[in-house]
Every structure is written in structure tokens, then in C-alpha cells.
Design a binder for this molecule. Structure first.
Ligand code: FAD
Length: 289
């Protein structure tokens, strides 16, 4: 930071700006199962449990992973799905998941754990219909019906290049807005009288949007209704996707940056995030005159 300016150093030189939006995304660890990669977005999702959960009402869904994100996803999905099966490569959850989540999962009747198991295949005409699981010790394989698979095996935010002044959570995701100052009116060290704007980071005038942001939903679009199951009599004609880009309206309240956020979709995704962050950056520019 240099006075009112923020300086971004890029390979081609330096760029000076009064407001900056960081939208550098995350790097996902991939499953590497070709038939499941072919069904991405059609029942197979990286992250995305928050955005897709409502569409899973009454369905049998699977989560791969044993970390906190996988645990949170399983609990969230269990509120909608008929059953949630967690496929875990290790012997259980305790080694990699917070104990409060392990306890909550153990108390949730429709969550089942499949330890020492990996997903090695899957199939589906228009969207995911089955998964093939292998027990790692015995080598025994089993094909099970599955309406959706949520892959939660790790995502790393691309934030290592950022200075320490940009506050991040313990996984490196950038905190913004109220996540910076839940307990008090302003985050520690915040230099302005006004609190941070909705997607503003711990540095005034620097915004974060999309997957890189702490607690964003890791999606561009989210479903508004449950997708109809593929008809067995017309398997060659796949139903069109019912996903609809999350939309929002940000309105300046004329008092120096207050923002009314109105959701029209079920969830906000990075597309909406970026749109809003740019709008907020404009608010900040207007404020600076
Ligand atoms: C396999 C897969 C399938 C998915 N399918 C869907 C789907 O069907 N529907 C859906 O809604 N979402 C889907 N998603 C999620 C969706 O892709 C992400 O939510 C979305 O791309 C996030 O957008 P973003 O702008 O935050 O980050 P990204 O799309 O990751 O963009 C970040 C950009 O920043 C650049 N960058 C990173 N670091 C730097 C740096 N230091 N300097 C300059 N540039 C940098 C990167 O090169 C990249 O171009 C999928 C994700 C995966 C991994």
C-alpha cells in the first residue's frame, strides 16, 4: 500500500490502483477417475455442497473426504438428502476432522461412514447413477446407486503471494466484511471509521471475490430446483441443466458505502461475488473522490 494507492506487482511490471479485487481462485486436488471427470457438473461436484444441497432432496449422495470441509458438507447435505455416505480412505474421521464435527456426524442418523474405502469408478447416462467403491484392505469392489458425488479432497487458495496485511483463515482463504470483525465493530488495526464493506479485506480498498474468499460457495451458478431424474424411456435425450446463475443487486445507500445485498438465486457464487466486489470497489473509489 502506498497512501491511497494499492500496488500490484505482476510479471509484466507494476500496476497502481486505488481499488483492487483479488479473484485468484483455488487449486483443487483432482480425483483422477476418467468416467467421473466426464460427469462433472452432472452429479459430480468439486466442493459445491452448499450450492447443490437443496437439489439433493430425497436422494442418496456421497461425499469423498475426511477433512472439516467434507464433514461440514456431509452435515449440510444430510438436511436434504435421504442418505449421505462419506467415503474415507483412512480408518475413520478422527485423525483429520475436528471432534465437534465427528460427534455431530455420529449423531446424524442418515450419515454413514465407509472407512478404508475409495471411489474407483462410476457411471451415468445424463448424470451420475452409480459409483464403484473398493475396500482398500480386502480389494473387494461394489457398485452402488448414487445421485451425486461431492469431492472434498482439498482445495488450496492461491494466496501465498499476498502480504500478511491481508487477513486469511488458517487454510489461507481471504476473510472479508463481517468475517473480519464478528466480535467487535471493526477488525483490529482497521484504520478507517467505517467498518469494512461486504467483500472488503482487512486492507481498505482491497476486495476479494470468488473461490479465494473465506466461506464463498465455490460455484459460479447454483441450482434453483431439483433436476428431474433422467427418464429411462428416453435415455438418449438428457434433460437440460436447471442451474441458474446466482444474481444479486448491490445498492449504494448514499451514506458512504452501505450496501443492500439481495439474492435472487439460492446461493451466491463467484460470478455474483465478482460482480458485487467490483461494485464495492466503485463505492470505495467514489468515497475517495
Ligand atoms: C472440476 C471442476 C468443475 C466445476 N464445475 C462447476 C460447474 O459445473 N458449475 C459451477 O458453477 N461451478 C463449477 N466449478 C466451480 C467453479 O469453476 C469455480 O467456483 C469458479 O471457477 C471460481 O471462479 P474464480 O474466479 O473465483 O476462480 P478461478 O476460476 O479459479 O479463476 C482464478 C484466476 O486467477 C488466476 N490467477 C491465480 N493466481 C494468480 C496470480 N497470482 N496472478 C494472476 N492471476 C492469477 C488463475 O490463473 C485464474 O485464471 C467447478 C470447479 C472444478 C474444479
Amino acid at each position: 500500500m502506498d497512501g491511497a494507492s494499492r500496488v500490484v506487482h505482476a510479471a509484466g511490471g507494476r500496476v497502481e490502483a486505488r481499488a483492487v479485487v483479488i479473484a485468484t481462485g483455488v487449486t483443487w486436488r483432482r480425483l483422477g477417475v476418467p468416467e467421473l471427470e466426464a460427469l462433472l457438473g452432472a452429479g459430480v461436484f468439486y466442493g459445491a455442497a452448499a450450492a447443490e444441497a437443496r437439489a439433493m432432496a430425497g436422494q442418496h449422495v456421497f461425499v469423498i473426504g475426511a477433512g472439516n470441509s467434507a464433514g461440514q458438507a456431509a452435515i449440510h447435505l444430510s438436511r436434504y438428502a435421504a442418505s449421505v455416505t462419506m467415503v474415507v480412505r483412512g480408518p475413520g474421521l478422527a485423525a483429520s476432522m475436528s471432534s465437534y464435527l465427528v460427534t455431530e456426524i455420529s449423531k446424524t442418523a442418515n450419515i454413514r461412514i465407509r472407512p478404508s474405502t475409495e471411489v474407483i469408478g462410476g457411471s451415468g447416462q445424463c448424470s451420475l447413477e452409480t459409483l464403484t467403491l473398493r475396500h482398500r484392505a480386502s480389494g473387494a469392489t461394489e457398485t452402488v446407486p448414487a445421485a451425486a458425488l461431492f469431492v472434498m479432497i482439498g482445495a488450496e487458495p492461491r494466496t501465498t503471494w499476498l502480504p500478511g496485511a491481508i487477513d486469511r483463515d488458517d487454510q489461507g482463504f481471504i476473510r472479508t466484511g463481517r468475517d473480519l470483525h464478528r466480535a467487535s465493530e471493526r477488525p483490529p488495526g482497521w484504520p478507517l471509521k467505517r467498518p469494512p464493506l461486504l467483500l472488503e479485506t482487512s486492507v481498505p480498498g482491497v476486495f476479494a471475490a470468488g473461490d479465494v474468499r473465506h466461506r464463498s460457495i465455490k460455484r459460479v451458478a447454483s441450482p434453483r430446483a431439483k433436476a428431474p431424474p433422467p427418464s429411462s424411456s428416453s435415455m438418449s435425450t438428457c434433460a437440460p441443466s436447471t442451474t441458474d446463475t446466482a444474481r444479486l443487486v448491490a445498492r449504494r445507500d448514499g451514506l458512504g458505502g452501505g450496501v443492500l445485498l439481495r439474492e435472487h438465486g439460492d446461493e451466491l457464487g463467484p460470478g455474483a461475488d465478482v460482480e458485487l466486489a467490483v461494485d464495492l470497489a466503485q463505492v470505495e473509489l467514489d468515497r475517495l473522490g
